[in-house]
Design a protein around this ligand. Structure first.
Ligand code: ADP
Ligand code: MG
Ligand code: ZN
Length: 498
């Protein structure tokens, strides 16, 4: 499929990508300009009032927490916060937008500038500029009945649900600094992690509380001007974003190589067919007739207010990753993975604490990223929902650390913990799994094994030190796998001589 041609196409063409990311502030209790509750789903048209239904004479009251959330996002991304800001009316007609205009922001957004340093594996990070972050209200939702997948084509009639109408929507626009689908995916996922860390949204792409539109064009390498861009919509996962961009870059390059042109248009990503198709032309700029919202005064923010918000910022993902690497002496990749999932990170920190502190960090990380993550994936669980609590995992790590069981036995114990929910101690006792760390017992077996294999002993002493594995294996077999491997090695080496 065309996606596989991406590397080849990118040798000849440079892709230019800018993202527009809409995030519903789902963690607020109420909508942007009224007191209606914010929640996914609900009986259609039950979470509405005169304001969000756009009834004549209804007056909007701005949600202070929505504005604070947006400014927090701006501070987290190192934007400049406008000293004064205002809402504008953006006039256009959508059947799911009750007022026939959207309250949005125009030339005075809350946040401008800013950037995200996108981490690329094994390469330098790439700095992607943020143009602006502003606040607006979401539309309702149309349901097209009789067609397929909610598309208009083939539908016999349409229904409208205003429950979502008026929900606070934060829009972030990036600079056209992104050059590959992979950078785009990582940029969006790092932003999501920042928003989750700030607690401003659940950022659920499948439910549409985080929606990424991708603007993409191609140009020959070395050309300064941008090519004509297409705007791709309807990607409901990071993978879809990556796939849609990959498809679109190849499509545009093919079009240009065939002597054609790229139409300035909005395109729809079809995840089933894995291709984009034209939705509507964007050739003529829409005139939204923006004007300042007359029902609200402009906002001014003094330094105290902004510095107060800055002081309330939680530990951000970059700082968390650096702390994991530093405090627990973790390799960069471990620190990245653990800090990029809030639930897993919290689980890890709790387990390290329970295991005895930071020096247990690497041992705990190995389990959390290894068997524990595999178990979560296999059962589609969140870390907090696993029957293997941080405390139980910590206990298991300790039992390996103090030599009670071997690493290999611990894997079997972990599998039992998953299956039965028991504590590691109980399992070890039930299965009679104690590791033998009694030096007398180990020495006795080692002596027996050496006496039974005089040729190998001679070979080892003559320099074939690789035979150590043979001896360890033989001792372990005699001990039913329960010998403490470190001690077995030590005793063998002592007996065999250096
Ligand atoms: P529009 O007026 O079509 O909405 P904007 O100038 O507002 O376009 O930009 C929207 C998004 O498109 C931004 O993220 C911007 O970085 C990106 N963008 C602008 N021009 C291009 C281009 N030629 N190719 C790819 N992305 C672009
Ligand atoms: Mg735009
Ligand atoms: Zn309302």
């Amino acid at each position: 499929m065309s996606k596989d041609r991406l590397p080849e196409v990118l040798e000849k063409w440079e892709a230019v990508i800018g993202l527009e990311i809409h995030t519903e502030l789902t963690t607020l209790n109420t909508k942007m300009f009224c007191g209606c509750p914010v929640a996914f789903g609900g009986e259609p048209n039950t979470r509405v009032c005169p304001v969000c239904l756009g009834l004549p004479g209804a007056l909007p009251v701005p949600n202070a927490r929505a504005i604070e959330s947006t400014i927090l996002a701006g501070l987290a991304l190192e934007c400049d916060i406008s000293s004064w800001s205002q809402f504008h009316r953006k006039n256009y007609f959508y059947p799911d937008m009750p007022k026939d205009y959207q309250i949005s922001q125009y030339d005075r957004p809350f946040c401008v500038g800013g950037h995200v340093d996108v981490e690329m594996d094994g390469a330098e990070s790439v700095r992607i500029g943020i143009t602006r972050i502003h606040l607006e209200e979401d539309t309702g939702k149309m349901v097209h009945v009789g067609g397929s997948e909610g598309r208009i084509a083939g539908a016999t009639h349409s229904l409208v649900d205003f429950n979502r109408a008026g929900t606070a929507l934060m829009e972030l626009v990036s600079e056209p600094d992104i050059r590959t689908p992979e950078q785009a995916r990582r940029f969006a996922s790092q932003l999501r992690l920042v928003f989750l860390t700030l607690g401003v949204s659940d950022c659920n792409m499948e439910e549409g509380s985080m929606r990424v539109d991708a603007n993409v064009s191609v140009r020959p390498h070395g050309q300064a001007e941008f090519g004509a861009k297409a705007e791709v919509k309807n990607m409901n996962s990071f993978k879809a974003l990556h796939d849609a961009l990959s498809y679109e870059i190849v499509r545009q390059a093919d079009e240009l190589e065939a002597g054609g042109t790229v139409a300035q248009e909005t395109r729809h990503w079809d995840a089933g067919k894995k291709r984009t198709s034209s939705l509507r032309s964007k050739e003529f700029a829409h005139d939204y007739r923006y004007f300042p919202e007359p029902d609200m005064v402009p906002f001014t923010f003094d330094d105290d207010f902004i510095e107060g918000l800055r002081a309330s910022l939680p530990e951000l993902p970059d700082a968390r990753r650096a702390r994991y690497a530093r405090a627990y002496a973790l390799p960069g990749n471990d620190a990245s993975v653990l800090s990029s999932d809030l639930g897993l990170g919290a689980y890890f920190e709790e387990a390290v604490e329970a295991a005895g502190g930071p020096e247990m960090g690497k041992a705990v990380a190995n389990w959390v990223l290894g068997d524990f993550s595999a178990h979560l994936n296999a059962e589609a669980l969140l870390p907090a929902d696993s029957s293997v609590t941080p405390r139980k995992l910590a206990r298991l790590v300790q039992l390996v650390g103090d030599g009670t069981i071997s690493g290999k036995q611990a894997k079997a114990v972990f599998a039992e913990m998953v299956a039965t929910g028991e504590k590691p101690r109980q399992i070890i006792e039930r299965l009679g799994m104690q590791q033998v760390s009694d030096s007398g017992a180990i020495e006795a077996v080692v002596d027996r094994v050496l006496a039974a294999n005089p040729e190998e002993v001679e070979g080892y002493r003559a320099g074939k030190t690789g035979l150590i594995g043979f001896f360890v294996g033989a001792v372990m077999r005699e001990m039913g796998g329960q010998g403490n491997p470190a001690m077995v090695n030590e005793v063998l080496k002592a007996r065999l001589g250096g």
